[in-house]
Design a protein around this ligand. Sequence first.
Ligand code: GLN
Length: 240
Amino acid sequence: MTGRPITILQLYPRDMNIYGDFGNTLVIKRRLEWYGYEVNLTAYNLGDEFPTDADIIVGGGGQDSGQLKIQADLLKIGPALIELADDNVPMLMICGLYQLFGKFFKTANGEVIQGIGLLDIETHGKSERLIGNIITASQQFGNIIGYENHSGQTYLGTGVKPLGKVILGAGNNLEDDTEGAIYKNVIGSYLHGSLLPKNPKIADFLIEKAVTRKYGAFYSEVIGDSFVEPARRVASKRPR
Ligand code: GLN
């Protein structure tokens, strides 16, 4: 299968990339290579020309200041991102970009950062930061293990489904035990860590969607994931 390219686009790595979020991109890249695909790793930063050839789009978290910095630019590329999402392009957005894929993030200081409204969610900053190890349960992906650190509390509308149900930690907010959101092939989540090294089923979901969309079918080789289980075991025993 060599010679079959897949393009991963990382959104705003200069301003939105904390707690190891770039590791998500590296996991998708390496697994695609193990599956025999050729990977083009591309980045979109403030002011760049938005590329039209992305097969998978990944974004990370950031401080409120980073979110304010990219806001206007993100709103400019928002319609293109929505078009790609509706065309089933898989995307993974963590924390700060998860929030801004929604309708808005009203920070704890009262500033309203507009989002692109791709996800039917809204986020309200609170004085208490939600910090610590987190485990959620998902029917599709099993237990999802990671680390969260956010002031924003996110509430889901009817246009999205939660990604998981919180077992340990806070997740979207302190009220409804949900974590993350999923719409078409777009996943939003508060989980840093990075997320994908300990949760490769989510990486394979994104890969399968991208490959199927581009080449019609995805035949997965079995990857020796024996190193994942011990990492998951250790991480899930950590206290909050
Ligand atoms: N600044 C946002 C918040 O505090 C996002 C934080 C993050 O990406 N970790 O909620």
